[in-house]
Design a protein around this ligand. Structure first.
Ligand code: UD1
Length: 416
């Protein structure tokens, strides 16, 4: 059990580098399987989910190790197409191995993935697309068995721009005969990162970043190197922490365009924000204003992953904020815990109404999930007295050395 101990009231000052993106790293690690190659990845965060993805690769017969923030993968000697249930449960992204194994082996045996409990999280869009590409898929509610004698490119229309489904289809399409056109594709920066990695691996991918992605075949390269993009949700979390605690913080090695919707609301809340090519400087006196309506949407809309941390930043803001969560049906699990600090949050289905309060007072909380746990840290930094967050390891799934980063900015936080 991790225990995060923090005392609110310190301003955050200084500069810090933002880690590489978890949600970009994981699909790229899976993608390293699609053809025999030696991959070097740089700027990979040291996280439990990354360890889990590398464990899966090793189980499949690859060499895979992380040294600092570099990952080395040799996927020439793959010997297995089955991922054990225990490894699948370690994270949500394990489902992307379905497309990667199908592309490489024509066969994949796995089970339903784990990850944060944010709602039902079905994988029907993944499965129906892969079936259209020629895969036979048997699933019994817990195990999935896919095989394809031949994969064929086709035109696919996604009913929702699912990030995971888009990734799975891109990987499967790399081994398909002919062209695969994904219409209604996810446009997240992590999709562009995966496409860029696949291009370096020798795949033909165009249109990533738009809603139509076209993949047509692969001429594999033996060796390649790729630097992972920075983590826009970690950047958003640090920006939200500085906004409500007050301070003057420079986030380095970020792409402001990737979290511009979050910065937009922080500006509206009263922060002074200057964006440069790879830095964002945020100044705040800690006195924020409610921002009215915030709706989570697929990219380029406001990200669901930043919803809990923005909520936490605005708990003491003067006025009201109304959040509508459009991506996951159960993404307010942090709210009950935040109310224990004295917050005024009313939840009605997908809508959360936050009325700013004068004071938050530190208490003992329980981290509910990855971003919900991060939200409790943001709120604790803005509460009077001591907050303790009991966490079964959720926060470390997505944040590398978060205690150290916040301490370097002046926060009073310890991880026991
Ligand atoms: C990814 C991210 C996650 C982020 C989410 C939305 C990773 C590891 N995770 O998750 O952090 O919160 O994108 O930006 O990159 N859906 C279906 N059927 C499907 C697939 C999805 O109904 O087959 C629904 C889901 O239940 C959810 C919504 O679509 O309500 C979004 O899911 P999706 O975009 O697939 O998210 P993930 O890839 O799971």
């Amino acid at each position: 059990m991790d225990i995060w101990k923090l005392r609110g009231g310190s301003r955050l000052e200084g500069q810090c580098f933002v880690q590489g993106s978890k949600n970009a790293s994981l699909p790229i690690i899976a993608a390293s399987l699609i053809c025999p190659a030696e991959t070097e990845l740089n700027n990979v965060p040291r996280l439990r989910d990354v360890d889990s993805a590398l464990k899966i690769l090793r189980h499949l017969g690859c060499c895979a190790e992380q040294r600092g923030n570099d990952v080395y993968i040799n996927s020439t000697g793959i010997s297995e197409n089955k991922i054990p249930h225990a490894l699948m449960l370690e994270m949500r992204s394990s489902v992307i191995f379905m497309g990667a194994l199908l592309a490489r082996c024509g066969e994949a045996r796995l089970s339903l993935p784990g990850g944060c409990q944010l709602g039902k999280r079905p994988i029907d869009i993944h499965i129906s697309a892969l079936r259209k590409m020629g895969a036979e898929i048997d699933e019994d509610g817990s195990n999935i068995y896919c095989r394809a004698a031949k994969l064929r490119g086709c035109e696919l229309f996604l009913p929702f721009p699912s990030v995971g489904a888009t990734e799975n289809i891109m990987l499967t399409a790399s081994a398909a005969e002919g062209e695969t056109v994904i219409k209604g594709a996810a446009r997240e920066p992590e999709i562009e990162a995966l496409a860029e990695y696949m291009r370096r691996l020798g795949c033909n991918v165009i249109g990533d970043g738009t809603d139509t992605i076209i993949i047509s075949g692969t001429k594999p390269k033996a060796q390649l190197c790729y630097r992972v993009i920075s983590d826009r949700i970690v950047a958003a979390t640090l920006a939200c922490a500085a906004a409500c605690a007050g301070g003057d913080v420079e986030l380095r090695s970020v792409d402001a365009g990737h979290f511009s919707t979050v910065l937009h609301f922080l500006k509206q809340a009263g922060c002074d924000i200057i964006c440069d090519k790879h830095t964002v400087r945020l100044r705040s006196d800690g006195k924020l204003y409610g921002v009215g309506d915030v709706c989570t949407q697929p990219y380029p809309g406001f990200p669901t992953d930043a919803q809990p941390v923005l909520m936490a930043a605005l708990l003491k803001a003067q006025g009201r904020t109304i959040i509508t969560e459009n991506i996951f049906e159960n993404r307010y699990r942090q709210a009950e815990q935040l109310c224990r600090l004295g917050a005024d949050i009313q939840i009605d289905g997908r809508v959360a109404k936050i009325n700013g309060v004068e004071r938050l007072v530190g208490v003992r909380l329980e981290a509910t999930d990855l971003r919900g746990g991060a939200a409790m840290i943001v709120a604790g930094l803005n509460a009077d007295g001591d907050t303790e967050i009991f966490d079964e390891g959720h926060i470390k799934r997505g944040y590398e050395n978060l205690d150290q980063v916040l301490r370097s900015l002046g926060a009073d936080i310890k991880l026991l």
